[in-house]
Write a protein of this length. Structure first.
Length: 454
């Protein structure tokens, strides 16, 4: 049962951004969420739904990665199914030294781009109102279950400076309940009302007690297979958010249907014991702008899940592909993921080594201390992917034993490519990519005290 006592427990420590509550029926739980009022009028809270969690067992204190039911089945309103088991994820926007607010993205009735521009404007205005900059330190973004966050992420990546960290879960919920720290509202979103909610972290202009930094790392879990293709004909189906296309191999003129393309790819993968999940990574050359600014060229890679193919088309999830776009096939690869996790481990270790280096030089009081972390892992990873338990959480746990960390299994892992991204796999594309597949995103938060001179 959700109670006032349970909610107030979150604030016994200075860091507890995510609390995880398994519950059988979201609808029956929503009325009881009025207990969120007890957290205080200035602390934003976002409530989403997850199909799996990472965290310490309340009874045994053992760290576990637990997945519950199926995340979703296809795209479109009618194709989503209820979870076999599901849980509420309470993300509490409380971090001493930073100002935090929950900013919603309303679902557009017509053009999504205009609404995304307003969303970005709201984020900048909040940051400017509490800090000396319109750009926040970080953003944790939760998308609604049926949303396509590609344009949102592309515009955010374009609008924000490189040192603003953006992470999150593309399909975090069927229903949102978020409490705005600015006006103490509790907003219950019905399906179709809210497309996303951003938890915005901005520096507090009235506090200069050191520096809080966000560090992110990415574990990749896919490999390329086959040649590059060029989209020859493209049909977008907005009703079920899918694309039908034919393509040519790079450098050739013959149009290939979906059946022919998939036959070639499957022949290249015939040495796999189990058929891996397939995606296409589409290279998109576009012009982006926010507000009234001049559109600027931008190149990004966008992943689309392969649904199937026949004698006419190749069918993939999502929209936004254009004739002439190049793409390549990617397949889920646990070996690549394991190699990538080693690099993530080493990258997170570098934060710890920075602290040891300062301590050895007699500057221990000013050393960087990691005080918490959040993990966003693809739902298809975990024990079934690696063959053993707690693989995705191991880089953080081994580097920072005793430091609070929690995580969720996602339906689309979001992290923007920026200067603080660490742990990219060898040969990773320099092309911008914000929405990943078969990956795990790590957010580590550190605190550096002010120097004596300050």
């Amino acid at each position: 049962m959700l109670s006032t006592r349970l909610f107030t427990r979150f604030f016994r420590s200075q860091f507890d951004p995510i609390s995880l509550l398994p519950i059988s029926e979201l609808d029956s739980a929503l009325p009881r969420l009025c207990a969120l009022q007890s957290l205080g009028s200035n602390i934003p809270v976002i409530v989403t739904v997850a199909s799996g969690i990472m965290g310490r067992d309340a009874v045994t204190d053992e760290f576990k990665e637990v997945k519950w039911g199926a995340l979703f089945s296809g795209f479109g309103e009618e194709s989503y199914t209820r979870f076999i088991n599901e849980g509420l994820v309470l993300t509490v926007g409380y971090l001493p030294g930073l100002k935090v607010e929950a900013v919603p993205l309303r679902r557009p009735t017509k053009t999504q781009a205009i609404w995304v521009d307003n969303f970005i404007k709201d984020i900048k205005e909040y940051s400017a109102s509490v800090s000396s900059s319109p750009f926040p330190v970080g953003i944790i973004l939760f998308g609604e279950a049926s949303s396509d966050m590609k344009l949102v992420l592309e515009k955010l990546d374009h609008a924000m400076p490189m040192d603003t960290v953006i992470v999150g879960d593309e399909r975090g919920s069927f229903d949102f309940v978020h409490k705005s720290g600015n006006d103490s509202r509790i907003i219950c979103s019905k399906k179709g009302n809210i497309e996303a909610v951003a938890l915005v972290f901005a520096r507090d202009r009235n506090r200069s007690l050191g520096t809080i930094r966000f560090h992110v790392a990415l574990s990749n879990g896919v490999s390329t297979v086959g040649p590059r293709y060029k989209a020859a004909s493209v049909k977008s189906n907005n009703a079920d958010c899918s694309t039908w296309l034919t393509a040519r191999r790079e450098g050739q003129q013959e149009n290939l249907d979906g059946q022919s393309i998939l036959l070639d790819i499957n022949n290249l993968l015939d040495n796999h014991v189990e058929s891996p999940d397939l995606h296409i990574g589409v290279i998109k050359h576009r012009k982006l702008s926010t507000g009234a600014e001049k559109p600027m060229p931008r190149t990004c890679i966008s992943y689309h899940g392969v649904v199937g193919g026949d004698e006419e088309y190749l069918y993939v999830d999502g929209i936004g592909i254009k004739t002439g776009d190049f793409f390549q096939f990617y397949y889920s690869d646990p070996n690549i993921a394991l190699a990538s996790l080693t690099k993530v481990h080493d990258a997170l270790k570098s934060i710890k080594l920075e602290k040891k280096s300062k301590s050895s030089k007699g500057d221990g009081d000013n050393a960087t201390n990691v005080f918490g972390g959040i993990i966003f892992a693809c739902y298809s990873r975990g024990e079934s992917f690696f063959g053993r338990q707690n693989v995705d959480s191991s880089p953080f746990l081994e580097n920072f034993p005793g430091v609070p960390v929690s995580g969720i299994f996602c339906g689309g892992e979001m992290v923007r490519p920026c200067t603080t991204v660490i742990g990219q796999c060898e040969g990773a594309s320099p092309i911008s990519c914000c929405l990943h597949v078969y990956s795990t995103v790590y957010l580590a938060m550190s605190y550096t005290p002010p120097s004596v001179e300050d």
